[in-house]
Design a protein around this ligand. Structure first.
Ligand SMILES: [Zn+2]
Length: 157
């Protein structure tokens, strides 16, 4: 016997119930009318979480490459600059400390540059939720209207 599964639309997050045998097939969403994949809500959320993790890891890799590639390309210059700095400061240890602080500061600046990106993703999520609330409100209003009409019909008859 097919089991009923609760899922949600990829576009409007509206709730969709479907037979388990229709799982992973594409159907028109009853809320927004767009085509969506029928999938269990929990699996859908897992997919979303996986996507978010993928974005974060790509960003981290990109940042790491931004540091690693120049470091390899300019390794002789970096060593020379470090020796110059060590000579200027009088000790390699102090120079190393200064460079470490500078690198941490640069990473911190980079994170602040990325901050709007995170805000943007958060905002998009919020927008989607607001749309879902609006759709729910509309369906509530529709149901209320129907109830009112039914009451009117009853009053007339
Ligand atoms: Zn939808």
């Amino acid at each position: 016997m097919p089991e009923m599964i609760k899922g949600s639309c990829v576009h409007c997050q509206g709730n969709i119930e479907f037979d388990s045998e229709h799982s992973d097939s594409v159907a028109e969403c009853p809320h927004c009318g767009k085509d969506t994949v029928l999938r269990k809500a929990a699996e859908f959320r897992q997919d979303q979480k996986r996507n978010r993790r993928l974005i974060v890891w790509s960003l981290i890799t990109l940042l790491a490459l931004c540091f690693v590639i120049p470091a390899i390309a300019f390794r002789h210059e970096i060593v020379q600059a470090f020796q110059l700095l060590a000579g200027f400061l009088g000790s390699a240890m102090v120079a190393f400390g200064v460079v470490t602080v500078a690198v941490i500061f640069l990473i911190w600046c980079g994170l602040w540059l990325l901050f709007p990106v995170f805000v943007y993703f958060g905002f998009r999520d919020l927008q989607r939720k607001a749309e879902a609330v609006e759709l729910a409100t509309q369906s509530c209003a529709r149901t209320l209207g129907q109830i009112q009409e039914q009451a009117k019909e009853k009053a007339l008859s």
